[in-house]
Design a protein around this ligand. Structure first.
Ligand SMILES: NC(=O)C1=CN([C@@H]2O[C@H](COP(=O)(O)OP(=O)(O)OC[C@H]3O[C@@H](n4cnc5c(N)ncnc54)[C@H](OP(=O)(O)O)[C@@H]3O)[C@@H](O)[C@H]2O)C=CC1
Ligand SMILES: Nc1nc2c(ncn2[C@@H]2O[C@H](COP(=O)(O)O)[C@@H](O)[C@H]2O)c(=O)[nH]1
Length: 320
């Protein structure tokens, strides 16, 4: 097993086959739908809300709405009335099981459900996958996580997940590593590589991406999609609270397992940070897409899959 992370690796260019980066196609298929980019904002209360979900769905970007203080029934009704994809998150508590039953009764079947808990290699996730299958058959694409090992990926796939989300503790506002001693914090890219060897279905790399180039690196090491929090958390439209310090506008970004999100200091594994507001969300999307088109051109191809086989080096300056 290799304990390396994003900053330890650099990808090596191949001969270019395009005359312009605009020829490079960043689209990705996940389940029955194709999206413009292999990137999804983290399903966290300070990163996404209903308005952003709608905007992303309208523009064919993948989204996963968070599950905190959220009315899934009215959200799915609204999305379906506009023929937009519904993609929600659930936990594994009694009320989450009940929600699946209610949605099924109302014939509000979301296209995507993400089972979102800290330690996803758990019987509770198996039970939730079986519950969703029982009430929604195969019409819903199930993403399950989060996990950190090949065995967990195998188990979740065997239990019926359509994709697994990899990353325990690499997040910017994560303190799991400090509080528990466990996780992929510090070697998230190595974990993606390790887990992807076992995967027969898509893997979503979740957490630890700090710059746009980390998207290409995630894909090189086996991810189909990247879930990103901090890079999306500080836009004019972001749901986090505005905070002004020395005339500079910041947004609050806090962990889903922080006391701020939970409303109590119980099993806290997240913290809060202020991130400088960087402008409009769609400008960041455009920049990410351009950077990824560039990555594809350096990989010597026209599609994302060109990145999957490029050579790489381990940097001498890294601690690896
Ligand atoms: N990706 C990551 O690294 C991490 C992400 N998070 C995020 O924080 C949010 C809250 O997560 P989570 O606390 O799981 O959600 P919940 O508070 O909804 O807990 C889910 C259920 O799993 C139980 N549970 C949670 N952690 C463990 C564990 N380590 N071992 C056994 N049972 C456990 C909880 O019970 P009880 O609370 O009584 O144990 C509860 O019944 C989620 O959005 C999650 O994605 C949190 C930590 C790490
Ligand atoms: N350990 C914790 N991880 C958390 C918490 N809230 C969210 N997350 C995870 O972080 C990523 C986003 O990471 P980033 O590096 O892109 O900012 C998110 O998708 C979750 O998986 C938390 O409270 N504790």
């Amino acid at each position: 097993m290799y304990a390396f992370d994003y900053e330890d690796i650099q990808l090596i260019p191949n001969k270019c086959i395009v005359n312009s980066r605009s020829e490079c196609n960043t689209s990705v298929t996940l389940g029955k739908f194709t999206f413009k980019m292999p990137v999804v904002p983290a399903n966290m209360a300070t990163v996404i809300n209903e308005e952003i979900s709608e905007k992303l769905a309208e523009q064919s970007y993948f989204y996963v709405m968070h599950r905190f203080d959220f009315d899934a029934i009215s959200f799915i009704k609204k999305m379906k009335s506009k023929s937009l994809i519904s993609s929600i998150s659930v936990g594994v508590k009694k009320q989450d099981f009940k929600l699946i039953e209610e949605l099924s009764k109302l014939d509000l079947i979301p296209e995507y459900i993400t089972i979102d808990i800290a330690h996803g290699h758990a019987n509770s996730v198996r039970e939730m996958i079986e519950h969703i299958r029982k009430y929604m058959s195969d019409s819903t694409f199930i993403i399950a996580g989060n996990v950190a090992t090949p065995q967990a990926v195998r188990d979740l796939e065997y239990w019926g997940a359509d994709a697994t989300k990899v990353g325990v503790g690499p997040g910017k506002v994560c303190i799991t590593k400090l509080k528990t001693g466990f996780g992929t914090g510090g070697w998230q890219l190595g974990a993606i590589k390790w887990c992807s060897k076992a995967a027969t279905k898509p893997i979503i790399a979740d957490g630890g991406l700090r710059v746009n180039g980390d998207i290409a690196k995630s894909i090189r090491f086996g991810a189909t999609m990247c879930m990103i929090g901090s890079l999306f958390a500080a836009h004019e439209e972001s749901p986090g609270k505005n905070v002004v310090v020395n005339d500079i506008l910041y947004k609050e970004y806090y962990g889903s397992a922080s006391e701020y999100n939970k409303g109590e200091k119980r099993y806290v594994e997240g913290k809060k940070e202020l991130i400088k507001v960087r402008g409009k969300l769609m400008d960041t999307y455009r920049e990410m897409q351009e950077d990824l088109q560039s990555s594809i051109s350096y990989a010597g191809g026209k599609k994302l899959k060109a990145i999957k086989n490029v050579d790489y080096v381990i940097l001498k300056t890294s601690n690896f």
